[in-house]
Design a protein around this ligand. Structure first.
Ligand code: UVW
Length: 318
């Protein structure tokens, strides 16, 4: 059996955008989203329909998360029963109120990964030292992304629908060439600086089954690494990759067995921001119904200081 190569060796010839936006840059390819790109997104709005792309937080069966993480734990710490027991703080005027406390993995809902979320060889995005991730991520955390916001033209590529499936199979892969074929079949052109939104049906499938079945033999479908795919992202200057999977790529690269190599090839090396666990079912149905696959995409992750990621409820406006 051949051994899985070290990711640093596997990606040794992979291109990098380090320094492209200066030595202090922490938002990477989002720099491609200039005001002109915002207007290009606005120009794709036709009907004014609004779609929110976050999954619900705290569904009764739990939320879809990467194995080892937990769904949000939310509990009520103030409600009417506190006042009935005389434990609520009565305020002048007598209005009552409810409060919650939540514990959550910042990557356990629809979320933006910080560019410093993954690394190898002791360096994160832009060459910052990986020691900056200790305790409080002091470089390339999610905060600069959150403060900037993400707005541009989104294009939905519905790989599952194109393949005639409700959901892609375990470990089923696709490449940038497949994305181009999907775009052609959909009658849409992927343009430079488009925010790529890819549907596999995977997150939708979570809600049609039990968590036990969903996590059994966990192996996500998704994009698979190749030097050509990375170069295509680089040439197209893609700012943001959004998918309805938990990790935006097939779990193990089938040729080498390397886990999630696109996280490093795209996020660490090119500065492409990753948005994962997106809810795309309603948007995809609307796009398929009138065969319009582009829209204004807007997202503002939560401003978590030092966060490795942050929940977000992106909004697509058609
Ligand atoms: C991992 O870090 C495993 O995944 P994600 O980028 O989905 O949070």
């Amino acid at each position: 059996m051949t051994e899985t190569p070290y990711v640093g060796d596997f990606l040794k010839d992979s291109p990098k955008n380090w320094g492209k936006w200066g030595p202090d840059d922490e938002v990477g390819s989002l720099n491609y989203l200039t005001p002109a790109e915002v207007l290009r997104g606005v120009a794709s709005v036709r009907s004014g329909e609004v779609f929110t792309l976050q999954v619900k937080m705290g569904s009764p069966g739990g939320d879809p998360v990467w194995p080892g993480r937990e769904s949000i734990q939310r509990r009520n710490v103030m409600d009417e029963s506190f006042f009935e027991r005389g434990e609520g703080d009565e305020t002048p005027g007598g209005a009552h109120y409810a409060d919650d406390v939540a514990t959550l993995f910042l990557q356990a809902s629809t979320q933006y990964d910080a560019l410093g979320h993954v690394w190898y060889d002791g360096q994160i995005w832009n060459g910052f030292d990986a020691s900056t991730t200790a305790g409080d991520m002091s470089k390339a955390s999610v905060l600069p992304i959150a403060e900037r916001g993400v707005v541009g033209r989104g294009v939905l590529l519905d790989v599952a629908r194109h393949r005639g499936k409700e959901v892609l199979g375990k470990g089923e892969t696709f490449t940038h060439d497949d994305l181009l074929a999907v775009a052609e079949a959909q009658g849409v052109t992927i343009e430079k600086h488009d925010i790529l939104i890819i549907r596999t049906g995977f997150i939708g499938s979570y809600y049609r089954t039990t968590p036990e079945q969903f996590y059994d033999g966990f192996l996500e479908p998704g994009l698979t690494y190749s030097p050509e795919l990375v170069q295509w992202f680089q040439d197209m200057e893609i700012p943001n990759l959004v998918t309805d999977t938990i990790a935006n790529e097939v779990t193990f690269e089938p040729g080498s067995g390397v886990t999630l190599p696109l996280h490093n090839a795209l996020m660490r090396n090119l500065g492409v921001t990753f948005t994962e666990i997106a809810w795309l079912e309603d948007l995809a149905d609307a796009c398929a119904a009138d065969r319009r696959w582009t829209f204004l995409y807007t997202a503002a992750p939560l401003k978590v200081v030092g966060g490795t990621g942050a929940p977000v409820n992106p909004v697509a406006i058609r």
